[in-house]
Design a protein around this ligand. Structure first.
Ligand code: PLP
Length: 403
């Protein structure tokens, strides 16, 4: 109980996801047994798992068109290409995000213009407004699931004629108001990489209502002129012209991964609720820890709490390191975004030298204080309560010894 809170240890794994649902395993086995893994390798009257998956994800997000691809990073790069981003162009994007985001921009030969982060861990809309004339596209990352005021963001971008591509790697199943994440901008991009909300090892989706963008993305992903086999694609007439002008940059999803994903999509709502139960146990458990700031979530946001962050704002690097190592010694793996050297998943804008980042002191102050944990669904609610007790005890102990 709580009187032992200084000695409790957590023994679970922060990287252990749940198994693939039995229905997915069965479907995968049947694909393996017939051997038609390629999405266009079908027998007469057969609809491929990949095409069905796209139809189901389009329905889930309310998008007209959906394309499944090899990764979230590929989805973003394809979205940028489909919007006409060319070598030498600039693309606005978040200073607080993961490496595949600036990487997608660099992969099309463009250069990111980083926009700052606020204490809500969302994009700084004042900074966005100040920089809005520096690019024609914003690649907006809902990093760690934190969604900014999407009405204000869209008003800023619409007024400047800036197209928005949303990186929803952490917001599949989330929403702002009534709008599912990924449906405010021109294109929404999602990842199916193991640590996201559905797991096919690698994979991604792109959704849009724009028929030109959808047709170009399908051509680029490597459709070999078989675009008529898609179920969530524009009418074949839309391809008439672009099919001669759009290069093939293969990055398709295959039937095996699609088969694994379909039952997971069917469960997504339940899974999101389970994440949120765990998130709020963590949040309630660490609330009112001296020196710590929890991230208050706006009413308009429907969250998916698949990870949890808190701020140790204006703490010294040494003190934060002590918290990380003391929690680590008790089995709680914290990720710190302020470490001078990027470590597993925690790189930040100034780690991406190829993008020639300019100093951002206001964002540096916040990035320095961000501490992050993963919340896999293999954690029970009791696990989350224990993790929260350990974090609260160690943050309090270091805080008291430092002041
Ligand atoms: C995981 C992730 C992506 C996409 O990653 P892939 O590994 O390319 O699927 C994009 N943005 C963020 C913030 C991510 O965490």
């Amino acid at each position: 109980m709580t009187q032992h809170s200084d000695t409790e240890h957590f023994t679970g794994s922060f990287t252990q996801q749940e198994p693939i649902p039995e229905a997915g395993i069965e479907a995968a086995l049947s694909i393996l047994r017939h051997g038609r893994l390629h999405r266009y390798n079908t027998v007469p009257d057969e609809l491929s798992e990949t095409a069905l998956l796209e139809q189901e994800f389009a329905a889930l997000t309310g998008a007209k068109y959906c394309l499944s691809v090899a990764s979230g990073g590929y989805a973003m790069a394809t979205a940028l290409r489909a919007l006409g981003v060319a070598p030498g162009d600039t693309v606005l994007s978040n200073a607080f995000t993961l490496a595949p985001v600036p990487g997608a921009i660099a992969s099309v030969g463009a250069k990111p213009v980083f926009v700052g982060v606020t204490e809500s861990l969302t994009i700084d809309l004042d900074d966005l407004e100040a920089k809005i004339d520096q690019a024609k596209v914003l690649l907006l990352s809902h990093m760690r699931g934190h969604i900014c005021d999407m009405e204000r963001l869209m008003a800023i971008c619409d007024a400047a004629g800036v197209k928005v591509v949303e990186d929803c790697a952490h917001t599949m199943g989330a929403a702002w108001g009534d709008v599912p994440s990924g449906r405010s901008g021109t294109v929404g991009c999602y990842s199916c990489q193991t640590y996201k909300h559905v797991n096919s090892g690698e994979g991604g989706f792109l959704v849009t209502d724009d028929e030109q963008v959808a047709a170009r993305a399908i051509m680029m992903s490597g459709s070999y002129m078989l675009f008529e086999r898609h179920l969530a694609a524009p009418d074949p007439s839309v391809f008439a012209k672009i099919k001669y002008e759009t290069p093939n940059i293969s990055g398709r999803m295959d039937n095996l991964r699609a088969a694994i994903l379909r039952p997971q999509l069917a469960d997504l709502n339940t899974q999101c609720q389970r994440w949120n139960e765990r998130y709020y146990v963590l949040e309630n458990g660490v609330r009112d820890t001296p020196g710590m700031q929890v991230i208050e979530r706006p009413d308009a946001e429907t969250i998916v709490g698949s990870s949890f962050q808190f701020l140790l704002l204006d703490w010294s690097a040494d003190a934060i390191r002590k918290v990380v190592s003391r929690c680590g010694a008790r089995g709680v793996e914290l990720k710190w975004f302020g470490a001078p050297e990027p470590a597993a998943f925690t790189s930040r804008y100034d780690s991406w030298h190829y993008a020639d980042p300019q100093p951002m002191p206001k964002s540096d102050r916040i990035l320095h204080g961000i501490v992050d944990i993963r919340v896999p669904l293999t954690f029970s609610l009791d696990d989350c309560a224990l993790i929260a007790r350990i974090i609260k005890a160690e943050v309090s102990a270091v805080y008291q010894s430092e002041i």
